[in-house]
Design a protein around this ligand. Structure first.
Ligand code: NAP
Length: 312
């Protein structure tokens, strides 16, 4: 027989952990289900400068460790398990995971989003052998090597600047001739030593022997193909990919209304199903930041607690 909770929160990123804190403080019996590692995307973010009150040189993992400890302090339980099926309709929601099945009166979906892949030949083969989606995790492997960063948004440009602290040279490969990143980030980037830009370019192929050492680039204006080889003395270069994110909602397909994979809610985080809420990057919204995810989580938990009280 599965244990019954008031609120189950799926995902332990900023939205899920903030929801856990507010649900715990509302005296709801609360379970947070996380499939891998607390913190979500932010656990692989090197520097958090824009979360209000974050400490100097705050990193994603340090901030998330405090979020997590605070949620647990107020009684939220946490398990590490992967959700494989959900039943969201009715007064009792069932969340089937690989190891256990859990039930609750309300569910908050805070599963976030995952990095998008380029989709070119060689990308999967060389992941971990030159291709990376996490500068914080892998920058140190490229100390004094050449590194390329794919993308032109805030993530690509910020992580490229971080990578200049390690790599001999960092080149941003962007498919247009203008960055999408915020102007303030661009200004910093254009002044960053060792950071160069390859405009109107996309990666067509990544190859090598054991390690990534050859790349084919296509000019998006002319269609011309160019080959880039690693310095023979290095035998390797890095390609860091930051081209956006895809919502982690596969398990909810057909169970809930979706918009291009994201979950629509009202401004109180309510989905169309009573007792089911979505919070953070997984929902349809414009500004996906730690601060907005945390705010979503707080609102969702507060609404879920009100919903449960109204059932009595
Ligand atoms: P993003 O803003 O969606 O930017 C994605 C970038 O990748 C764009 O420049 C896009 O090019 C490019 N791109 C997309 N698909 C591509 C493909 N198949 N091949 C090559 N390039 C491709 O994503 P993000 O930078 O990950 O940021 C996501 C959200 O997090 C944003 O809201 C951002 O503001 C926020 N964020 C904020 C901070 C911060 O404030 N410190 C840091 C990181 C992220 P186009 O420009 O041509 O579309």
């Amino acid at each position: 027989m599965s244990k019954m909770y008031d609120i189950i929160i799926i995902g332990a990123g900023p939205a899920g952990l903030a929801a856990g804190l507010y649900a715990g403080r509302a005296k709801m019996s609360t379970l947070i289900i996380e499939k891998a590692k607390d913190g979500g995307q932010i656990a692989i973010t090197n520097e958090i400068e824009n979360y209000p009150g974050s400490e100097a040189e705050e990193s994603g993992p340090t901030l998330m460790a405090r979020f997590s400890a605070q949620a647990e302090k107020f009684g939220a339980e946490k398990v590490y398990d992967t959700v494989i099926d959900v039943e969201l309709e009715g007064d009792v929601k069932t969340i089937k995971c690989e190891k256990e099945t859990y039930q609750a009166k309300a569910v908050i979906i805070a599963t976030g989003a995952n990095p998008m892949k380029i989709g070119c030949p060689g990308e999967d083969k060389f992941t971990g052998k030159g291709v990376s989606y996490c500068a914080t995790c892998d920058a140190a492997f490229f100390e004094d090597f050449e590194v390329y960063v794919v993308g032109g948004g805030d993530a690509a440009v910020e992580e490229a600047m971080y990578l200049t602290k390690f790599a001999r040279k960092v080149t941003i490969i962007h498919r247009r001739d203008e960055l999408r990143a915020a102007k303030s980030i661009q200004e910093k980037a254009f002044k960053t030593p060792k950071l160069e830009f390859m405009w109107n370019s996309v990666v067509e192929e990544l190859t090598g022997d054991d390690l990534l050492n050859r790349m084919v680039i296509k000019d998006t204006k002319t269609g011309e193909l160019r080959e880039y080889l690693a310095d023979p003395e290095d035998g390797l270069f890095g390609v860091f990919v930051f081209i956006g994110y895809r919502p982690a909602t596969t398990v909810f397909e057909g169970k809930l209304e979706m918009d291009r994979g994201y979950i629509p809610t009202d401004d109180q985080m309510r989905t169309k199903i009573p007792g089911v809420y979505a919070a953070g990057d997984v929902r349809v919204k414009e500004l996906r930041q730690v601060v907005t995810a945390a705010a979503d989580g707080a609102i969702a938990a507060w609404q879920a607690a009100n919903y449960i009280d109204s059932m009595k």
